[in-house]
Design a binder for this molecule. Structure first.
Ligand SMILES: [Zn+2]
Length: 141
């Protein structure tokens, strides 16, 4: 019985069906990077850092466009900043700010930074992706 089930899953068309039924992607699939914002009067630099402990922000590839483009080519990035981790309010993109929790990309969650704030990420234009990052998963809203 076990062998029978296994051979069913091994069929490519079965795997395709499973993927269609599950919109969840993992953050680590979307080339994620942690960022800090170095801002002066003249410039704003988004520098990559190694760990969540250091991070003020997160950059990752748009899951909607990644799926539509079948990969990273032509896919734009999304940047989310955390005010409580020291990202300036003037850092681009402005607007949404999130509280980061977890230990790294595999269990990262983005939640509302304030009681009335939004925990979801909504793009104002372009592909208009709207979703959540919860426990390392990227979930469409
Ligand atoms: Zn997109």
């Amino acid at each position: 019985m076990y062998v029978h089930i296994f051979s069913e899953i091994e069929r490519p068309e079965e795997i395709l069906w499973v993927n269609e039924g599950s919109p969840t992607m993992q953050l680590f699939e979307l080339d994620p990077h942690f960022l800090v914002c170095e801002k002066s009067l003249q410039s704003e630099i988004h520098r990559e850092v190694e760990t969540l402990v250091q991070a003020q922000g997160l950059k990752f590839l748009c899951p909607k466009c990644f799926t539509r483009n079948n990969g990273s080519v032509g896919t734009h990035a999304i940047v989310c900043w955390s005010r409580s981790r020291g990202a300036p309010d003037t850092a681009s993109p402005k607007g949404g700010r999130w509280r980061f929790s977890g230990t790294g990309f595999y269990d990262l969650s983005l939640d509302a930074e304030t009681f009335m704030g939004a925990s979801s990420i909504a793009l104002n234009g372009g592909c208009c992706w709207h979703g959540y990052i919860t426990d390392g998963s990227v979930i469409d809203a």
